[in-house]
Each structure stands twice: as structure tokens, then as C-alpha cells.
Ligand binder design. Structure first.
Ligand SMILES: NC(=O)c1ccc[n+]([C@@H]2O[C@H](COP(=O)([O-])OP(=O)(O)OC[C@H]3O[C@@H](n4cnc5c(N)ncnc54)[C@H](O)[C@@H]3O)[C@@H](O)[C@H]2O)c1
Length: 251
């Protein structure tokens, strides 16, 4: 597939780590201007230093606060002069037994994983309508089956999948393309742990079903498809949620 992102102006959230960082660096290496957003300032500085051509500008924002979403897009457009693509990659996971999930945890997961991409998309849309641009969201292979101890997360990722389709439906007469990918297990801080609750409570027969059979993949495995979906070369994939999961959904 021919992919040309040279000169595109792109917002990437979650750019301090994992898939977001890999995506920001891939856009930058291919000539795009990247407005890299995250709550983790130190991680953002590392990402900026890793981009050797100066194409990454960083912006600290806590996206759980919806009041930070529109100003983030405004700052990106002020910096880059236009907006061609929004990649909603920031996300959070908590693995907890049913009785341990609090309303605060639920709101935390939905605030970052669902509300932030929605209000970023809302603020970005006038600019994307002007540029015939694109939105790329990150759902998850876990969105499409039942998995124990992650109901808030998996349902938030199912919401991302549906949001992708409904937003695309709303702008279907325009040139804007809105898609999501659904990764399997990715070797990032989120994918390799650190998000677990009281594991002694877990029934391991149920817990292991969340592990895919093939080994986890590096975050760089996902950047080609994200760049393609964000690029003007993609004109036929709209409102899709693509399984990019190394077979997790098939097994
Ligand atoms: N790792 C996996 O196995 C996997 C699988 C499927 C989908 N995903 C999804 O991929 C996306 C990226 O995850 P990752 O694996 O790279 O995780 P990661 O933890 O490496 O990166 C997530 C980034 O989001 C940022 N973030 C979290 N809360 C934020 C907030 N309130 N405001 C701004 N930024 C915030 C974090 O600081 C971090 O830099 C997520 O949406 C995740 O749900 C991951």
C-alpha cells in the first residue's frame, strides 16, 4: 500500500508511551508534523528526544477532564496551522474483581477511554471537515468477547468501536474517514501488567482466557495500519473496526 503522510498535521494522544509513542515517531519519521499529547510530561519529553527531525511538538494535558479536550485541539491547530488527523490512542486499564470496582474506577476508565476521544473528536471535526482528514481510534480485541475482571475496560473499548461507527455515520457525506483498530496483546506498560487488582481473588481458569495464544507484539507493529488509516490514500475504509490482533479474536 502506498502511504504518504509527509506534511500532514497530526494529533497523537497517549504519545508518552507504547502504541502512542510508536505512532508519533512513525508519523514524524515519515515527514508529518506531530502534536504529541499525554498527561505524562517526562514520557513526552522522551518521545520528543527520540524524534530526531524535530517533527514532534509535545503538549501536556490530562484528558480525563473534558475541559482540556477542545483547548488541546485549539493548541494543536495554533501550532501546526491545520489538522489532518487525530489519533486517539491514550487509554487506561484496570483489572479488578467485580466487588472491587468503584464508581471512581468506572468513571476513570470511561473518562479516558471513551469521553476524551469523543470530545477531542468533537473539537477536531471542523478542522477535519476542512482538510478531508481522518480519526483513528484504538478499540481492543477484548471488546468483542466476555473477559473476567475487566468489564469496565472491555465495555469501554466496545463503546469506542461503536463511537467510531456512529461518528462516521454523522459525517458520512463528507471526506472525513473515522476508523478504529482492535489490537490484541501489545508489549507496552499496559499490556505487560501494572494494572492488576488483587490477583489472589482471581479464578485463574477465567483470568488466563484474557491472554492470547501468540506472544504479545511490539507497539511498532501497529504503526503501518494507523498511518494508512490516517493518510489520504485511504478512501475506502470508513467506520470500520479492524482486527489487528495477531489472531486473538480468532482464538
Ligand atoms: N497494550 C495492549 O495490550 C493493548 C491492547 C489493545 C488495546 N490497547 C489500547 O492501546 C492504547 C495504547 O495503550 P498502550 O498499550 O500503548 O498503553 P501505555 O500505558 O503504554 O500508554 C497509554 C498512554 O496513555 C496515557 N494516558 C493515560 N491517561 C491519560 C490521560 N488522562 N490524559 C492523557 N494521557 C493519558 C498514558 O500516560 C500513556 O502514555 C490504549 O487505548 C489501550 O487501551 C492496548
Amino acid at each position: 500500500m502506498e502511504v504518504d503522510v509527509n506534511g500532514l498535521a497530526v494529533v497523537v494522544t497517549g504519545a508518552a508511551s507504547g502504541i502512542g509513542r510508536a505512532t508519533a515517531l512513525a508519523f514524524a519519521a515519515n515527514g508529518a508534523k506531530v502534536f504529541a499529547v499525554d498527561v505524562n510530561e517526562a514520557g513526552l519529553a522522551e518521545t520528543r528526544a527520540m524524534a530526531t527531525n524535530g517533527n514532534v511538538v509535545t503538549h501536556k494535558a490530562d484528558l480525563i477532564d473534558p475541559a482540556n479536550c477542545a483547548p488541546t485541539i485549539d493548541a494543536a491547530v495554533a501550532q501546526m496551522g491545520k489538522l489532518d488527523a487525530l489519533c486517539n490512542i491514550a487509554g487506561v486499564l484496570r483489572i479488578e474483581a467485580l466487588e472491587d470496582v468503584t464508581p471512581a474506577t468506572w468513571d476513570f476508565i470511561y473518562g479516558v477511554n471513551v469521553r476524551a476521544p469523543f470530545f477531542l473528536s468533537q473539537a477536531a471535526m471542523p478542522h477535519l471537515l476542512e482538510s478531508n482528514g481522518a480519526i483513528v481510534n484504538i478499540s481492543s480485541a477484548t471488546a468483542f468477547r466476555g473477559y473476567a475482571y475487566v468489564t469496565a475496560y472491555t465495555s469501554s473499548k466496545a463503546a469506542v468501536a461503536h463511537m467510531t461507527k456512529s461518528l462516521q455515520a454523522e459525517v458520512i457525506k463528507s471526506g472525513v474517514r473515522i476508523n478504529a483498530i482492535a489490537p490484541g496483546s501489545v508489549n507496552t506498560p499496559m499490556g505487560t501488567g501494572g494494572s492488576g487488582g488483587a490477583m489472589d481473588k482471581f479464578d485463574m481458569d477465567l483470568f488466563v482466557r484474557m491472554m492470547q495464544i501468540r506472544p504479545g507484539s511490539p507497539p511498532e507493529s501497529y504503526t503501518d495500519i494507523i498511518l494508512y488509516l490516517a493518510s489520504p490514500q485511504n478512501q475506502i475504509i470508513r467506520g470500520a473496526v479492524l482486527n489487528v490482533d495477531d489472531g486473538m479474536d480468532a482464538t
